[in-house]
Design a protein around this ligand. Structure first.
Ligand code: AMP
Length: 400
């Protein structure tokens, strides 16, 4: 367990150096078009404000690759935050080590400041262990807070290195919630525990599958990656996506599941198409007998029922990856049905965690975040967490 801002003592007048993820989309006039990430850090900001800390935010926007480029400036985000908080957020234009500290002298207790894009410094993402930039950053705060779960899998200066110098180093409330929900599901699940793993490729989910097999009771494998399993078992998959070099891996995963008594649930029928754009012929076929010229793109009705049945009886559910090419409405029914079953199970008391970029966009597209116990804000970070990897941004924080 890592310390959080709840574990800090009196912080009135102290400078909190806080890494946040406010990498929000903007239109051509620099208007924020989706403020989900900004709203997600409000509880942490409010907590620190109530305690009278001076709040100095570090964040990135886009990929400026170590160059000072105005199109990636965080100034519009500072303006947006000012409106949202109903008070002035101090935007610090001067570079760290070259005047930022002077600008920050104006910061009052309980006020928020935002530093310019941390990825304007090439040292931020540098792999070498030169800690000069980390030391410069550390000088700006009296303690460190990491609330950027979405960047916690990166060993960057603001996400990890500075936490080794500036102490105490603790998690913010969003980070704390992410870690609590993901670890509760993975390490302490109420059973039966079912994982839905989908997406395009087996190769990108091997780590997830291998780690989950040690923990779950049921493993629903869906989406494009399932066809590698079907072909490995002698099925005829037509033009469906398949990684021939992963067939041994698929067999090994099935064997491991059988040895551990984990039930693998896969499609029996699928929606197959002769045109991935959705304008061709679509038909429901047996997953083991997909005609040539057709590819499986979604779970069929019988499969949807079977997936829903397993989910309905689960008490902990983790979803990582869609069970079809849901971006096309013609191929979205399977993913919708799986999400509906998860929403229903949640209403009946199950803990549900949606982790990973594509399942999160599907969950938000078809339902509301509140319909699930937790929708992770970190794509890559939640994937690595589910794989059982140590996240550098989390490891660097103080233990309880
Ligand atoms: P991943 O990033 O590996 O989680 O893959 C997510 C992507 O897999 C989504 O963009 C889906 O459209 C895609 N996907 C899921 N099922 C299929 C399928 N049967 N054929 C092609 N793509 C799929």
């Amino acid at each position: 367990m890592k310390k959080s801002i709840h574990d800090l003592g009196d912080i009135k007048g102290k400078r909190a150096l806080v890494r946040v993820d406010v990498n929000v989309p903007m239109d051509e006039n620099k208007n924020v078009t989706d403020d989900t990430r900004i709203r997600a850090i409000l509880p942490t900001l409010q907590f620190l404000k109530d305690k009278g800390a001076k709040i100095i935010l570090m964040a990135h926007l886009g990929r400026p690759k170590g160059e000072w480029k105005t199109e990636f400036s965080l100034e519009p985000v500072a303006k947006y935050m000012s409106k949202l908080l109903g008070e002035d957020v101090l935007f610090v234009k001067s570079p760290v080590g070259k005047g930022a500290d002077k600008e920050l002298e104006a910061l009052k207790d309980g006020q928020v400041a935002l530093l310019e894009n941390i990825r304007f410094y090439k040292e931020e993402e540098a792999k070498d262990d030169d800690m000069t930039f980390a030391q410069e950053l550390a000088k700006l705060g009296d303690f460190y807070v990491n609330d950027a779960f979405g960047a916690a899998h990166r060993k960057h200066t603001s996400t990890a290195k500075v936490a080794h110098i500036l102490k105490p180093a603790v998690s913010g409330l969003l980070m704390e919630k992410e870690l609590r929900c993901l670890s509760q599901a993975l390490d302490n699940p109420v059973r039966p525990f079912t994982a839905v793993v989908g997406g395009a490729k087996v190769s990108s989910k091997i780590g997830v599958l291998e780690n989950l097999i040690d923990k779950v009771d049921n493993l629903i494998i869906g989406g494009g990656m399932a066809y590698t399993f079907v072909k490995a078992n002698g099925g005829k998959i037509g033009n469906s996506i398949c990684e021939d070099d992963q067939m041994d891996v698929a067999k090994a995963i099935e064997k491991k599941a059988a040895d551990k008594g984990v039930k693998i649930v896969m499609a029996t029928d699928v929606l197959a198409t002769d045109d991935f754009s959705g304008n061709g012929t679509n038909k429901i076929v047996d997953v083991k007998n997909i005609p040539d010229g057709f590819e499986g793109v979604d779970a069929g009705p019988e499969t949807q029922k079977a997936f829903a049945e397993v989910l309905k009886n689960s008490k902990t559910i983790l979803m990582n990856g869609p069970v079809g090419a849901f971006e096309n409405p013609a191929f979205a029914n399977g993913t919708k049905a799986v999400l509906q079953a998860i929403v229903d199970a949640t209403k009946n008391g199950a803990v549900s965690v949606i982790g990973g970029g594509d399942s999160v966009s599907a969950a938000k597209q078809f339902f509301k975040a509140e319909d699930f116990t937790h929708v992770s804000t970190g794509g890559g970070a939640s994937l690595e967490f589910i794989e059982g990897k140590v996240l550098p941004g989390v490891a660097a924080l103080d233990d309880k």
